[in-house]
Design a protein around this ligand. Structure first.
Ligand SMILES: [Ca+2]
Ligand SMILES: [Ca+2]
Length: 480
């Protein structure tokens, strides 16, 4: 379940009850903390933004915590054993025949895919890297940029002079590559990407290795000035919700926090992942503490009673909201359907109770043909506390059944999304019945407090033609 924000008025009530609680502590002779962390605010002593650290070495690929690699343009980067020294690790880049000319890999340690800031000045513009190229004459490009502003960039090239052997190449950012921006000493450069055989899509796959990126100047670390959390959130008993701390600035290099719960009898939190688990109804203040600067931020999590499934068409799960079931006959070039909402003809393989829905399509090859069934909630159904839609389908009586759409729609202030069954994997299979679960986050256009239509439609074979056949649907419900 997702954390949801309360309105500001609720925050005021929480602030009042927090002070009342602290007064109560005093009366009992307990000592409240000298400066209790106020809900939704930051405390901390770190006022600096940067400190200069370990000048020079950017990457060795033998760090205790490996850097994060992000490939683009079909580059394939990995941290691999040095082809010439089995105890050394290096960055391996495979550029295949499907790679873009601009394929590359961003290598990072910090927040927003950053590295420590490269402190360029007139006498410190160079970087060296050990390079192991498959051939002489391959252009290697290194791009540095601002992690927070992708218009601030500088790119420079070096060319390999060895084949299948290590050599050290120098990259001088004072000499920007043709057509790229010049280095600007007033700008921040704290993101780095490597491009092998730049501007070429090779006719055969090529493998490069890179190691020991060393900057001629110093590196400085961008420090946190604060962290924040949503002021409030909710989770159900037995449910989970993940809190994420937001760092200021966004490219703070070290974005690690430790989590704690003030009242673990109500809600616990995993100290490293921020996953909150509801234990009992009530509230707990969840606090994040940053490793950089010891900033704290708190979120008051309300633990609500656990919810039951909300049935749409089900005998196992209570149906509420009074949906009306209709079919789409008469919608134009429709595939003619016969819908039987209380069929027992799905026997002997019923999955839920004694009845299911049978939908018999007469088939249509007309252009634009469509058809399906619809559960309608004329006054809107509140599904905001639920996380997924579950349904079971038996398509054994439909020739070459391949796909269908599952559409959810809200009329007021929202829109709709349609999810293709072919994009889903069944969460369980029982005989001819397949059960599917769709996260409600997939229906991003739908106003979850007032959903109006849930449709199952356009049953298609592998040629995307709606052939004649019978589909059974059953046990449709929203799950917390
Ligand atoms: Ca290494
Ligand atoms: Ca049933």
């Amino acid at each position: 379940m997702k954390i949801s924000l309360f309105k500001a008025s609720a925050l005021g009530l929480i602030a009042i009850s927090l002070s009342a609680l602290l007064v109560g502590c005093d009366l009992l002779g307990l000592t409240p903390p000298a400066t209790p962390p106020a809900t939704g605010t930051n405390t901390g002593t770190n006022t600096g933004t940067e400190t200069v650290v370990d000048p020079g070495t950017i990457f060795t690929f033998d760090e205790t915590t490996a850097p994060t690699l992000a490939d683009f343009g079909n580059n394939v980067g990995s941290i691999a054993t040095d082809p010439a020294a089995s105890t050394n690790k290096a960055l391996k880049i495979v550029k295949g025949t499907n790679a873009q000319t601009w394929a590359g890999t961003t290598v990072s340690f910090g927040g927003l895919a950053s590295i420590k800031k490269l402190v360029f000045d007139a006498s410190h513009t160079k970087m060296t890297a050990r390079v192991y190229s498959p051939a002489v004459g391959k252009t290697i490009r290194i791009k540095v940029e601002s992690a927070t502003d992708n218009t601030v960039t500088c790119e420079t090239n070096a060319v390999s002079t060895q084949a299948n052997a290590w050599e050290t190449l120098t990259f001088d950012f004072a000499t920007a590559a043709t057509g790229t921006s010049a280095l600007d000493f007033t700008k921040k450069y704290n993101k780095l990407s490597i491009f092998a055989d730049f501007n070429v899509t090779p006719s055969a796959s090529e493998t490069f290795y890179f190691d020991d990126l060393i900057f001629s100047g110093t590196l400085s670390q961008i420090h946190a000035t604060g962290i924040s959390l949503p002021s409030t959130g909710t989770v159900a008993v037995g449910g989970t919700s993940t809190l994420t701390a937001t760092f200021a600035p966004t490219d703070t290099y070290t974005q690690t926090v430790t989590w704690s719960s003030a009242t673990p009898s109500k809600a616990t939190v995993n100290s490293s992942s921020g996953v909150v688990t509801g234990v009992a109804t009530g509230t707990s203040v969840i606090t994040a503490t940053s490793s950089d600067g010891s900033f704290t931020a708190s979120c008051t999590v309300t633990v609500a009673a656990s919810l039951s499934n909300l049935g749409v068409y089900s005998e196992t799960n209570t149906v509420s909201g009074s949906p009306t079931l209709g079919d789409s006959n008469g919608w134009g070039a429709a595939n003619q359907l016969t819908v039987n909402a209380s069929s027992t003809s799905g026997n002997p393989s019923l999955i839920d109770g004694t009845v299911d829905i049978s939908i018999t399509a007469s088939g249509s090859t007309a252009a634009g043909a469509y058809g399906g069934i619809l559960f309608s909630y004329s006054s809107g159904l509140d599904i905001s506390a639920y996380s997924s839609l579950v349904f079971s389908i038996n398509a054994s009586g439909f020739t070459s059944f391949t796909d269908m759409g599952i559409k959810l729609e809200s009329f007021t202030g929202g829109g709709n999304n349609e999810i293709a069954l072919s994009t889903l994997t069944p969460t369980s299979i029982a005989g001819p019945w397949k059960t599917y679960t769709i996260p409600l986050s997939s229906y991003s256009n739908v106003i979850k407090t007032s959903a109006n239509n849930l449709g199952f439609w356009n049953f298609k074979d592998s040629s995307a033609v709606q052939t004649a056949g019978t589909i059974y649907l059953d046990n449709i419900y929203f799950k917390p």
